[in-house]
Design a protein around this ligand. Structure first.
Ligand SMILES: Cc1ncc(COP(=O)(O)O)c(C=O)c1O
Length: 462
């Protein structure tokens, strides 16, 4: 190094951050520790994590037991490469997940994020049809209100108008069908007149596309970030399963949010009474203690590979790494040993009741919806017409900021103009007292939010 070259400092200058953040003009609080459902920032402020981050931290924060498992596994063997060796934690995790999954799911593969799981599912679907000597089946159909990840393939199958622009020619233009969004039914139906037109829309689209060109369809059992918790009406997924079978198309269930116990069952697919051909897991699978995602495969998909080329020649460097697998095994065992699925259902019922009571009291808060410990609601400017707030009013950011100021984290969701939805999804370990605390802070925040709504109708979107 010559005299004029200087080493970059280990730490940025005071007040200057080298970390690229989503909003370059915003000042983000720095979290320095966590304990249970609470996060603590560098100014000593405490936050109740009412959304488990991004629906991830299912066991809460700061767990020494998980840290011990990590230290132990890291000291034993932290990395093996999938093309050279297998490893015990990944083998055990695959067995465990196949045992918990709906009947007929017989293999698991591991990647590092939900987006990679979506990418991998696209690849598996195309590989399946190639093995079955139908290489023309290459389209993957999704829904217009959905999110399956940020990478180009995953975004191509996502119906997220807010996250797709700017990538134009890099994204595939796969067709989307309307969502199952009962509060804003795309078919303008009331629940009592619903004949699952939203499910039938899949069949019309598949026929329009030519089933001989469609490899798979993908859907979240409960739409997360794109809608703010949108469960489908009863029977929707059974109908979709029938449609896929009728036209010989794979069904991919994106359970990145709903899987691993979030909805009060191991899999939301199980609650819907279906066996998908591929199931995607991420987020809560590791409870946030390590990046990890999984793709679960149904026997018929695996059989086609076995009877075909006998190989599945794709993966990533860190696929099925033993360190992450050991963490996930601990997470699943912990959920089982402590009956957290029951806790999710019971605390979830308390949360639902409390949110519904708030919705009675606050005129802008509508459509409390969800299952287990995955709940959502919407803010509207006008309850009768269901019109959203004008974008300039920034309703979602406003409520999130008020909650944060009062020590509660909730997750903003939805796609413009209906992007005033929120996800409330605390860790599966919460107690009734935590739920009560969450509801109290939310109630106070909604009072403060209501007081900021101008009385003139300019806040209504036209
Ligand atoms: C349903 C769903 N699928 C896929 C993804 C992408 O996961 P990741 O952000 O881990 O890539 C997300 C992320 O929010 C998601 O909610």
């Amino acid at each position: 190094m010559n005299e004029s070259q200087t080493c970059s400092p280990l730490l940025p200058k005071a007040g200057v951050s080298s970390l690229l953040k989503p909003d370059l003009s915003a000042d983000y609080a720095t979290i320095i520790s966590g304990e249970g459902p609470y996060l603590f920032d560098s100014n000593g402020r405490r936050y109740l994590d009412g959304s488990s981050g991004a629906m991830v931290a299912n066991l809460g924060h700061g767990r020494r037991d998980v840290a011990a498992v990590m230290a132990d596994q890291a000291a034993t063997i932290a990395f093996t490469f999938r093309n050279q060796f297998s490893n015990e934690p990944a083998e055990r995790l695959a067995n465990k997940l196949c045992g918990l999954a709906p009947d007929g799911i017989t293999r698991a593969f591991f990647v590092n994020s939900g987006s990679e799981a979506s990418e991998y599912a696209i690849r598996l679907a195309l590989h399946y049809w190639k093995e079955r000597k139908q290489p023309g089946k290459t389209k993957v159909l999704g829904r217009s209100t959905s999110y399956h990840g940020m990478t180009m393939g995953a975004l191509s199958i996502s119906g997220h108008a807010g996250r797709r622009p700017d990538y134009g020619p890099l994204l595939h233009r796969f067709a989307n069908v309307p969502p199952a969004y009962c509060y804003r039914c795309p078919f303008d139906l009331q629940p009592e007149r619903c004949a699952l037109e939203c499910a039938e829309a899949w069949e019309s689209e598949i026929i329009a596309q030519d089933p001989g060109t469609v490899a798979a369809v993908i859907a979240e059992p409960i739409v997360g970030a794109a809608g703010g918790v949108l469960p489908a009406p009863p029977g929707y997924f059974r109908k979709l399963r029938e449609i896929c079978d009728r036209h010989d198309i794979l069904l991919i269930a994106d359970e990145v949010i709903t899987g691993a116990g979030r909805t009060g069952a191991w899999f939301a697919s199980e609650q819907e009474g279906i066996v998908p051909d591929l199931i995607l897991l991420a987020k809560g699978l590791s409870a946030g203690y390590t990046p990890m995602a999984a793709i679960l495969l149904r026997d018929r998909v695996v059989d086609a590979f076995i009877q075909g080329s006998g190989v599945v020649p794709f993966g990533h460097t860190f696929s099925a790494n033993p360190l992450s697998a050991a963490v996930c095994l601990f997470v699943l065992d912990y959920i089982e040993r402590n009956d957290l699925l029951r806790n999710a259902r019971e605390r979830g019922a308390e949360l639902q009741q409390g949110l519904q009571a708030l919705s009675q009291r606050h005129r802008s808060m509508v459509d409390v919806r969800g299952r287990g410990l995955l709940w959502g609601f919407e803010l509207v400017a006008d309850r009768a017409s269901r019109k959203p707030f004008d974008a300039k009013f920034n309703a979602a950011a406003r409520l999130v900021a008020i909650c944060r100021q009062r020590g509660l984290v909730i997750y903003p969701a939805g796609i413009a103009p209906y992007n005033n939805s929120f996800i409330v999804s605390p860790p599966l370990t919460v107690s009734s007292d935590h739920v009560e605390e969450l509801l109290q802070i939310l109630a106070d925040s909604l009072d403060e939010f209501d007081a900021t709504i101008p009385t003139e109708p300019s806040t209504i979107s036209h």
